[in-house]
Design a protein around this ligand. Structure first.
Ligand SMILES: Nc1nc2c(c(=O)[nH]1)N[C@H]1C(S)=C(S)[C@@H](COP(=O)(O)OP(=O)(O)OC[C@H]3O[C@@H](n4cnc5c(=O)[nH]c(N)nc54)[C@H](O)[C@@H]3O)O[C@H]1N2
Ligand SMILES: Nc1nc2c(c(=O)[nH]1)N[C@H]1C(S)=C(S)[C@@H](COP(=O)(O)OP(=O)(O)OC[C@H]3O[C@@H](n4cnc5c(=O)[nH]c(N)nc54)[C@H](O)[C@@H]3O)O[C@H]1N2
Ligand SMILES: [Mo]
Length: 773
């Protein structure tokens, strides 16, 4: 095939990290008009007395190391600490309809919000208002609803434990459990899948375990972009000679080789450290087939070894003493045919067996995974089969071994721990009753998809968002955007302007809050908040910068303001709690006893670890056993019998943080200055008579397009020939969200199937049409 030069598409040959990382940070800082604020901020990231990096939830080496350089963190911090401001003057100059035409990048690029604003339908603009007027109007709006279940309370995962706790308290006293949450779109398959199998919906490892593992499996996550500090850990593991096995349809550079900006030797000589020893380019959605293939081999090898008088390949003592359900798993694996495993995974039998061998030979294995496993219609089943694999050799609950879901937002795990859940337990009802003297219903509320459905159907009339960009993050904008316009009341608590804020209801409020980097003073006393990372470590975070505007309030103060105005007969001393966050922590401790001695322990360097039963082989439940869980089949719904159908996954570029688009490059994938790309396999392109750089249309089909008569398509993007398995294709999130029907989600966890969308790709009907960008 003659290779055409496509503007902005190159073959990136370098490692992850290295000088490119430093250059990229310099660019972002420049773009954000550095005024010294960012650099001051960067020195305080993840220091014992600094703030928690808002970039990701990867833990810090005891939170005491000197500043660990991370491109992702540097971007997140400078994006928040920017010198730019979206002032009332800015809002006076632009109607919302006008702003709607702006790109997501341009909207957030206006900088930090400075004043509480209220929507004025007559002029289609946000106008400044006072905090007290805003609170009163919001309170009146919420009280006017016929039933509390007609309001939705969304949380995004940057919210601190203190703010999240107050928020769930307010919502429960108000009377609903409608807690749509960003984790419903993220690791919900973990929160739902793992408790049934190991008794807890969290990871079981600590950072120390990575120093002792003998093999590491990485399924469906991209640390080079999304958790760059993890590359340091992977690099140490690789240097110890420990095999790292990557399972990912795309060859992600961060999983291949890394030059540590921390290592002057590597930086000066341009050397890099190889990461993955073996890279399995599984087909999208083929992971369960691979996992079942590995387990099938392990059972067979075990039988052979036992017959020869050996002690077997499985950990029989562990299985007998700690688990139930192995017989069901055996039967399921016996019924699973190699031919199907090979077809669905797209991998050779010898490769699958080799992976199983590495697993079997390692004394202690850690398995990490991310969105490539959870965001499928079978996300929960994926999670449970990974747990099965780990249980077969007792790889959970001992040093150097365990399962490690890699969380996204820096406090998404903590928010759940302190009560942001649509499925409250009787224990929570009792604890709140005991602490505050009010009761709330046990009935389940709405998760993210259910909340949008309720809004679509007119069952919910108000939406309050503590951060995030729900309308853009969730699937199906064609349903979501118009539905949200029909609301009576919308409240956004945010740092920067985004598209969700441009969908006004009858009444809409945009309330600007302090960010992590900023000094939070209450009654003249500096406050700190706390967060929980991916490994259940809780630690304090204290911002030091002068707030972006004198009109900002902290998230806890805003929540308390809304609560006071909404709940005239409240049982909670909102003002007292906000005056001293230590008191909020005392209350968290009284509602959640696992936070025992919270205020003292969080002051210790590095904070403390919350108990995780499975880490010490306490599996909970009446029988105190971990469970092998069977899910028959290999997710055949992904075997596109219909000729011509490809499976699309949606991924993050290197220059974005979820819906925040920092820039238009995706350095490690060779993309520069554009986002209108679809990564395709060369044979799939040939079959469609496409060449590299051709304009294409992508149309969702089958279950993704679901029943509604909406055509789900993306037009005029370009086809990029890429190293990805046949039948699999990828594009960026959120550009791809319009391809996912709201009803296309994992039935167990509700997680939208963002990563397995059946699509057809054809040459663009209008080849001159410009793709989005
Ligand atoms: N810089 C930056 N950092 C971030 C974020 C960000 O947007 N930008 N987001 C934060 C958040 S909220 C989250 S949840 C995390 C997300 O971090 P990741 O979990 O790394 O998220 P994704 O970019 O969605 O990438 C998922 C990976 O899964 C692979 N994949 C796709 N489909 C499949 C599949 O079927 N099987 C397998 N095995 N792999 C598959 C993709 O190729 C990709 O490498 O990162 C957090 N950190
Ligand atoms: N197709 C597709 N869709 C996806 C995904 C995917 O992989 N593919 N991933 C999903 C995942 S994993 C997630 S987590 C969701 C993310 O969904 P969200 O969490 O809703 O989205 P974010 O883009 O992280 O939110 C960004 C906004 O948060 C606000 N913000 C930033 N910092 C703060 C703060 O400190 N306080 C407050 N109050 N506001 C703040 C800013 O206004 C910013 O515009 O998207 C999901 N959607
Ligand atoms: Mo996430």
């Amino acid at each position: 095939m003659s290779e055409r030069k496509v503007p902005g598409v190159d073959d990136y040959q370098g490692p992850a990290g290295g000088w490119g990382s430093l250059a990229a940070v310099a660019r972002v800082l420049k773009g954000q008009m550095a005024v010294g604020r960012e650099t001051a901020a960067l020195r305080r990231v993840n220091q014992p007395a600094g703030f928690d990096c808002p970039g990701c939830a990867w833990p810090d080496p005891r939170h005491t190391s000197s500043f660990e350089f991370c491109e992702n963190g540097a971007k997140a911090v400078s994006w928040e600490a920017t010198g730019k401001r979206a002032t009332p003057g800015f809002f006076a100059a632009h109607t919302l309809s006008e702003l709607w035409e702006w790109s997501d990048h341009a909207l957030e690029g206006e900088g930090r919000l400075t004043h509480p604003m209220a929507y004025d339908p007559a002029s289609d603009r946000y106008l400044p208002t006072s905090w007290e007027d805003a609170f009163q109007a919001i309170g009146a709006g919420l009280r006017a609803l016929p039933h509390p279940d007609m309001a939705e309370f969304y949380t995004s995962g940057r919210t601190s434990n203190e703010a999240a706790f107050l928020y769930q308290l307010m919502v429960r006293e108000y009377g609903t459990n409608n807690f749509p949450d960003c984790s419903n779109m993220c690791h919900e398959a973990t929160s739902v899948g793992l408790p049934d199998s190991i008794g807890v919906g969290k990871g079981t490892v600590t950072l120390e375990d990575f120093e002792h593992c003998d093999a590491l499996f990485s399924f469906g996550h991209n640390p080079g972009t999304n958790h760059p500090r993890m590359l340091g850990t992977l690099r140490e593991i690789s240097k110890r000679g420990v095999p790292i096995i990557a399972v990912n349809p795309l060859r992600e550079r961060g999983l291949e080789r890394f030059t540590s900006p921390q290592d002057p030797g590597e930086m000066l000589t341009n050397r890099s450290t190889p990461i993955a020893q073996t890279y399995y380019q599984v087909k999208i959605g083929g992971d369960v087939a691979l996992l079942k293939g590995m387990m099938k081999w392990l059972l067979e090898a075990d039988a052979v070894d036992l017959a020869a008088g050996g002690k077997g390949v499985l950990d029989h003592d562990f299985i007998a003493g700690h688990t139930t359900g192995i017989e069901g798993l055996r039967a399921d694996l016996a019924a699973t045919r190699w031919d199907d495993i090979i077809e669905v995974s797209g991998l050779a039998r010898s490769d699958i067996e080799a992976a199983a061998q590495v697993y079997a030979q390692a004394e202690s294995v850690i398995l990490c995974y991310g969105m490539g496993m959870t965001q499928h219609r079978f996300g929960t089943r994926n999670v449970q089969q990974m747990a099965n694999l780990m249980l077969l050799r007792g790889n959970i609950g001992r040093p150097g071994a365990g399962i490690a879901p890699i969380r996204g937002h820096s406090n998404v795990q903590g928010d759940r721990t302190v009560g942001i859940t649509e499925k409250p337990t009787q224990a929570l009802v009792d604890a709140i009753q005991r602490t505050y003297g009010f009761e709330f219903p046990l009935t389940h509320g709405h998760d993210a998809v259910e909340a949008v459905r309720a809004i679509r159907d007119g069952r919910s009339k108000a939406l309050v968002c503590l951060g995030g960009n729900l309308a853009v993050a969730i699937s199906d904008p064609e349903t979501t955007f118009p539905a949200m316009r029909k609301l009576d009341l919308v409240v956004h608590i945010a740092t920067k302007l985004n598209r969700s804020h441009l969908i006004p209801a009858k009444q809409a409020f945009l309330l600007p809050c302090l960010g992590r980097t900023e000094l939070d003073l209450q009654n003249g006393v500096v406050q700190s908040v706390t967060v929980e990372d991916s490994m259940s470590m809780v630690h304090a975070s204290q911002g030091g910068l002068k707030p972006a505007s004198e009109h900002l309030l902290s998230e806890p103060a805003i929540v308390a303001g809304i609560a006071r105005a909404t709940l005239p007969r409240t049982k909670v001393d909102w003002q007292g709690l906000v005056a001293d966050y230590g008191r909020i922590r005392d209350d968290i401790e009284s509602v959640f006893p696992i936070f025992q001695d919270y205020n003292r322990r969080v002051r210790e360097p590095g904070g403390f670890r919350l108990p995780v039963g499975a880490s010490v082989r306490d599996w909970g439940g009446p029988d105190k056993k971990a469970k092998f869980l069977v899910s028959p089949g290999l997710n055949e719904d992904l075997r596109n019998n219909d000729a011509g159908v490809l499976t699309m996954t949606t991924i993050r570029s290197h220059d974005q943080y979820n819906t925040t688009i920092y820039g238009f490059s995706d350095r490690y994938r060779g993309i520069n200055g554009r986002r209108d790309v679809v990564f395709m396999n060369a044979v799939d392109m040939e079959e469609r008579k496409l060449v590299h750089g051709d304009r294409i249309d992508v149309e969702a089909c089958g279950s993704a397009s679901a029943t509604r008569s909406v055509s789900r398509s993306v037009r005029g993007f370009i086809a990029v020939r890429y190293d990805i398995p046949r039948g699999s294709t990828a594009m960026y999130y959120p550009e791809g969200n319009c391809l996912v029907a709201l009803d296309s989600h994992d039935p167990q966890s509700g997680t939208p199937a963002y990563k397995s969308i059946p699509v057809r790709i054809v040459a663009a009907r209008d080849p001159e049409a410009d793709g989005g960008g």
